[in-house]
Design a protein. Structure first.
Lengths: 625, 625
């Protein structure tokens, strides 16, 4: 089984090929316990909710005609996304109980399919409604999620049972839509990337053409013409990332997949433009995206409000998905940087430490009212974050004609096919809490290839050593450091990524972050939460950035995290009393010196509610030379 | 004719009584030309649009049954609001052409009324739709605006023609709604205040009861139960101002009017709570309110985004209306402060200097894309700002049992009934550009009364002189300074309100305004616009607040304004290049020293488009002692 996340093994325009997640064994204290929890707690508990809310029952209703469909929005997709995550989890490590749940869900889905291949439980007995409202109904979207689940299920289990269902549905869709047939585009993109993956798994080239067709149909007003649905312009004419964030990023995933199969340069140019628009002007420091509540959409350049951040968990997950595809396509470290950033911060904040509650929005400042919820009526986020968690081992490595690429760092072992030879890689590291990484290679005999080790964009002063000897070339931040040599068993690569605490500031046009800094260390963004700073209101503190910021690993805290401690002054919000505005001359000044403790952003809101802030005012703003 | 704005002359629980706007003649360079433009340009041009868009035609369709209703949303109310403004304008100064337009509109409205009194053109021939959807349809809202127009028309012209239409409609509504009849509340409040005014004009007490009924019906889920429509709780249980800003403020106007007639303390307590919630935690420095695009609503405490401010023109006008009522009820200067602030800033920005274009949203920072529009499909704002402009002369003075109150300053003459005697007041001043005001009183013989002169909240160091001699008592900011004496003709009161340029800062919990200041002078809030600062991007400048800020009247600029000039440093946004986030140590520092010019906020976006900002970064943030 080659349980990969996006199979570019034979994609002519992809630079990198994925490494199956079942080739990797995580032994670390960060991801490994999360994947265990996923298997033992989160996926089983989500299964129960899918059952309790009727989402699974809908398939049985559709199969038997007995009972009523209980529908909110896109409910079938929640089942499919759960199934994709569960399949990947099984692909990583067998689990008898989860296997049974997966098998039963697959059977329910298969039984619900119509004779002509149609499958969307809401319309199982309402034939006249089918494909009528592409703008608002999520038929194509759900189909896409089924395809992704089916591909994951096949890759994880070897069974073609769900893949056959997917192919029948895809063929049905291809009989309805396409050149000379019905024109249309999905209101919610998703099927575009799924069709390409379905091609990769089945070899049916027509699915690539159908994906292209759906992308090319956009911008012609076929789904209402709104910017929210990215139907206001043809895809290739988009000049900035806009509209509903999840839709936009899923669409980009599809276009990237399509590029990797077709080499269509106009797609790549558009994707580059959209990536710059997002990563350089419209992305939170956490990797979260989609700043507006209105339409859950991207905002204008530099529009990144903190309290009212929408930053949907799904959008951060989609950001990981898109950057993974861009990384596979182009092999550039900037994509891995965004991917890692979103994984550790804006996406991971979407799930509680106990694995049972979820954020839909991920604000960067809060008064203590945002709390993770067990479920949502529109339940896209819970079943999306589990897809990401289950994918982590599959994101660690890639290969290329030149050799082996290391994208993510975590204590682990892997057995990777490099040019037809198995290379075993042992990672020894305490990443993400410490930046020292040791890779030990084992292989039969010797093999010349390049080892591309990622130097994260946040890392100044990285050093790389081979067998204890420093390599002279500069390990530039935000690059892959290429080590080409004849490798032999026992060869040891040390990567030293200094994890200093860094204060990060925003472009001045992010008006709400003026004179503020985010505390970061390694891939982690930090925040101040009231429970660690009970002596003052964290919204009132200004950081004394000239004084030392110290990092300390605290084993008992939040599952074990590195906290950052520094000094601040309290601006005394209470001294303002009832005033909203005061003349500068009469405004209370900062008075009290306090110790400040910051925790990783992803871990906030797991204890007592209280104020939280990510962008902290700098007591001396440092604006002037 | 006593053309007053809210007639509390006989309201038992009102502290103040209004002075008719036709008792005042403005001779100033600020308001007088605007009222002239209103009469000569804005109202005639709006009439043409009301005709061209079918809003007036709808009444003729309803009257004759010929043709089709052309309806968007609440269209009848646009006609009524125009008519109210036009009536007040006629009440202030006759104008033959406008009079003809008004008469013709009144005739059209009267002819459209159904035999049973019902009047809402959309449903003129759809009896079964009437009063069915109180949540979304605006029947009661439109009725309220008709009542206000009818009252204004009667007060301005003496004609009872439209008032009779209003009474028939009110009686029809009273036959449908009320205790023991149909329960319900308007989705969009408005009728509550209008019914009380209709009582004041007709003496029909049942209208007060109907107003109370509608207020008491709120919060019972009769119009959907949403917070947006302020139907989530009973009015008296509201603990903060919330929901759709215009709806919330219109509701508060109605509750204030009801309090003034009934003395219901539970209403006043609620209103006090809501006022503090708004003025102390949820109001822009411009007096604009309603910070969220979602539902055009108030946000949380201190949630006051600048670029994405909703700050609807209608909401600022409603803020003026509510504070006028609170001022009449309680006679406290804090209400006049908010009223004046919103009038000169957040509301006045809603109309262009040429009187032909309007803002719906009034952002406090912009990249040059917000431009005033000639009209909107939901055209509430254009016809609301004209109501406010037409009301200005009626907001200047009030009387009470004690004497005469001066709320607003502008070069003018007035003849006011004080305790049954005519007192003529001449104001000599260049307000709002200069804070020196001279009041000269003329009256037959002598009369003992108190003259209450308003010391604005923004004014430190005010002095008051009577006949050239300084009055010893402290003229505290945000108070009425009481001068009690036997007044004689020729008595002269000088009020010296020092108009220094003031930098105003926000409560630290307004996160987006950290280290920023608004430039203010007198009642005016200033902003930086690109056209006055072409050498740099105004979003990139930091103000050197230690250096002098100089005010200068520039006659040719923007109709004649005082500009404020100071010094700043440019933070060099361009040096950031393509970076969104940078380590503090590598972020470009401010380099170039520049001259900075600020203009009054209300006047922005009347020249070439470009960046604008109201809250300017302070180069030295002044956080520390």
């Amino acid at each position: 089984m080659r349980c990969v996340i996006v199979d570019t093994s034979r994609s002519p325009f992809a630079k990198l090929r994925p490494v199956p997640l079942n080739s990797v064994k995580l032994r670390d204290e960060f991801w490994a316990p999360r994947i265990k929890q996923l298997r033992e707690v989160t996926l089983p508990s989500q299964y129960d909710i899918l059952e309790d809310t009727g989402r699974l029952g809908n398939f049985r209703v559709a199969a038997t005609g007995e009972g009523e469909i209980r529908w909110r929005i896109a409910d079938d997709s929640d089942v499919y996304k759960w199934l994709e995550a569960a399949s990947l989890t099984l692909g990583y490590e067998p689990d008898e109980r989860l296997e049974e749940l997966v098998s039963s869900v697959v059977r329910d889905i298969a039984a619900a399919q119509d004779e002509d291949g149609y499958l969307f439980t809401l319309y199982y007995n309402r034939r006249e409604e089918r494909w009528r409202d592409l703008e608002r109904m999520h038929e194509l979207y759900c189909a896409g999620h089924l395809f992704q689940a089916a591909v994951a299920h096949r890759r994880a289990t070897g069974s073609g049972e769900l893949l056959r269902v997917a192919v029948r549905l895809a063929d049905h869709i291809a009989s309805v839509f396409g050149p000379g047939k019905r024109e249309g585009a999905p209101g919610h993109p998703e099927i575009e990337m799924a069709l390409v993956e379905l091609y990769r798994e089945t070899g049916r080239r027509e699915y690539v053409e159908l994906s292209r067709f759906f992308i090319d149909c956009r911008g012609r007003g076929l789904v209402g013409g709104s910017e929210c649905l990215i139907d206001h312009k043809p895809f290739r004419e988009l000049d900035g990332i806009t509209g509903h964030a999840v839709r936009a990023l899923y669409l980009n995933c599809g276009a990237t997949d399509l590029y990797m199969e077709t080499g269509d340069k106009s797609l790549l140019e558009t994707l580059e433009r959209l990536w710059r628009s997002m990563a350089r002007r419209r992305m939170y420091v956490t990797g979260g995206v989609g700043s507006r509540h209105v339409c859950e959409s991207f905002g204008d350049d530099y529009e990144l409000p903190n309290v009212r951040a929408y930053a949907e968990t799904c959008a951060a997950v989609a950001n990981v998905m898109w950057n993974w595809r861009m990384l596979l396509a182009l092999g550039e470290a900037r994509f891995a940087d965004v991917m890692e950033l979103a994984m550790y911060n804006g996406a991971l904040s979407g799930i509680s430490l106990d694995g049972r509650r979820y954020f839909y929005c991920n604000p960067l400042a809060d008064r203590g009212r945002s709390r993770r919820q067990p479920w949502f009526s529109c339940a896209c986020c819970p079943t999306n974050i589990v897809r990401m968690l289950a994918s982590v081992p599959g994101y660690m490595y890639s290969t290329s004609g030149d050799g082996l690429w290391v994208h993510l760092y975590a204590e682990s072992e892997a057995a990777i096919d490099v040019a037809g030879r198995e290379v075993r890689v042992a990672q020894r590291t305490r990443y993400p809490w410490d930046g020292d990484v040791e890779l030990t290679l084992e292989l039969e005999g010797s093999l010349e290839f390049s080892l591309f080790v990622r130097i994260p964009g946040w890392c100044d002063g990285a050093e790389v050593l081979v067998n204890g000897r420093e390599v002279e070339a500069e390990a530039a931040p935000g690059s892959y450091f290429e080590l080409r040599r004849v490798w032999r068993s026992g060869d040891r690569v040390e990567i030293r990524l200094p994890m200093t605490v860094r204060l990060v500031v925003s472009h001045p046009h992010v008006l709400c972050n003026a004179c503020r800094a985010a505390i970061t260390r390694g891939p982690m963004v930090y925040c101040l939460e009231h429970v660690d700073n009970p002596e003052f209101d964290v919204w009132d503190v200004a950081l004394l950035s000239d004084e030392p910021l110290e990092a300390e690993y605290v084993p008992g805290l939040l599952g074990g995290v590195v906290v950052v401690r520094g000094w601040g002054v309290v601006m005394d919000g209470e001294a303002w009393g009832d005033s909203l505005y005061l003349p500068l001359s009469r405004a209370p000044k900062a008075a009290r010196r306090v110790r400040v403790t910051a925790i990783p952003y992803y871990a906030w809101a797991n204890r007592e509610p209280g104020p939280m802030i990510t962008w902290v005012v700098l007591a001396r703003s440092g604006l002037l030379r």
